[in-house]
Design a protein around this ligand. Structure first.
Ligand code: COA
Length: 332
């Protein structure tokens, strides 16, 4: 049977840096509150007319393709994870398909928010294992700075989230060495309303009304404490699950790359699993939570800095809206 491996990575973040001090000037918050609660110091915000989810994805993909020594023509399938596509429909995948000289290949959008990249990676792995495709481009990209309100009402989200894109080229491999060992996907829809953006949706005859806007129902909603507690539990469970599936122990992990939701969540998971600092990668301080983009951005930074190298055991784990949670274990 075939296996798959990540052969190229790339990322793009918008040029505009927004610091906690910048946010202090816009609404009632403080650098101390944001740093203590989330670890975030700054994030990137897109520039209208310049950055879109699809073109940021294309910039990240261009670097990933160069690193994999492939051209767009070599790609057999696109999987695009995002909660913030350019349009309600069609999806971001087809918009990426026209950004670069790809063939008329399939393009699939994934809508599992913070776990989107691992879900997408898992799908890529399955398509390669069955022999259907050889080279798949997996992208996670978000423009979120225009979803929330830069106000005290919108501050829950405004301090935590940012914009950015990451991409990975996933290729068929026959070797016993570097490969994706397994992926594990979960959901528990009973918590759907605890982290959601409800409107505009298809439940109402009038998808958007002045009343919905005045009530703030067009803004994302989150039960922060609830998300926090479930995240710590599910992250630990799903990391254990991928280790057990491959007969490894926690000490075998060379690098854990947690979805960058909140530095306190990552630290709580790290403490629970008793992992040393050098084995857990975090960059939320610089970019905030970029949802589907956090993991490929982390992987891209890690491989560029040679902090992850061939032969390492790398664990990816994520938790987010749905609730969904997922992990992947990779022999790099
Ligand atoms: N700036 C300043 N104060 C803020 C604030 C902000 N951005 N947001 C909330 N506050 C205030 C609240 O009004 C509250 O004040 P009060 O005690 O006077 O009522 C106080 O800070 C504590 O609020 P609370 O919501 O209980 O804070 P918390 O310690 O739970 O932290 C989160 C809030 C959102 C940072 C935290 O719950 C969290 O990280 N949750 C997970 C979020 C996440 O990761 N989501 C994405 C999942 S992928």
């Amino acid at each position: 049977m075939h296996s798959s491996k990540i052969t190229g990575l790339g990322f793009y973040v918008p040029k505009t840096i927004v610091t906690n001090q910048d946010l202090e000037k816009m609404f009632d918050t403080s650098d101390a509150w944001i740093t203590e609660r989330s670890g975030i110091k700054e994030r990137r915000f897109f520039t209208e007319g310049k950055d879109t989810v699809s073109n940021m994805g294309a910039r990240a993909a261009t670097i990933a393709l160069e690193n994999a020594k492939l051209t767009p023509k070599d790609i057999d399938f696109i999987i695009f994870a995002t909660l913030s596509p350019d349009y309600n429909f069609p999806g971001a995948g087809v918009l990426l398909q026209r950004e670069l000289p790809f063939r008329e290949i399939g393009a699939l959008d994934i809508r599992t928010q913070c776990t989107g990249f691992i879900y997408a990676l898992s799908i890529a792995d399955q398509f390669i294992k069955t022999g259907m495709y050889q080279n798949i481009l997996v992208v996670g990209a978000e423009v979120q700075s225009n979803i929330f309100e830069m106000s005290t009402r919108g501050r829950d989200f405004a301090v935590l989230f940012g914009d950015g894109a990451g991409a990975a080229v996933v290729q068929r491999t026959k070797g016993e060495g570097s490969k994706i060992l397994s992926t594990h996907l979960h959901s528990e829809g009973k918590y759907a309303e605890d982290l959601m953006l409800e409107h505009p949706g298809s439940k109402l005859k009038n998808r958007m009304t002045p009343q919905l806007i005045s009530e703030g129902k067009h803004l994302p909603f989150m039960r922060g404490n609830m998300v926090f507690k479930h995240a710590v539990t599910r992250f630990s469970e799903v990391i254990d699950e991928c280790l057990q599936a491959n007969n490894y122990k926690i000490e075998d992990i060379d690098m854990l790359v947690p979805h960058q939701a909140n530095l306190r969540i990552s630290k709580a998971v790290q403490d629970k699993l008793n992992l040393p600092d050098e084995k857990v990668y975090n960059n939320i301080q610089k970019y905030g939570n970029t949802t589907a983009a956090t993991i490929p951005i982390c992987l891209s930074e890690l491989t560029t800095a040679k902090q992850v190298k061939e032969g390492d055991l790398v664990c990816l784990a994520a938790f987010g809206s749905g609730f969904t949670w997922a992990s992947a274990l990779i022999r790099w």
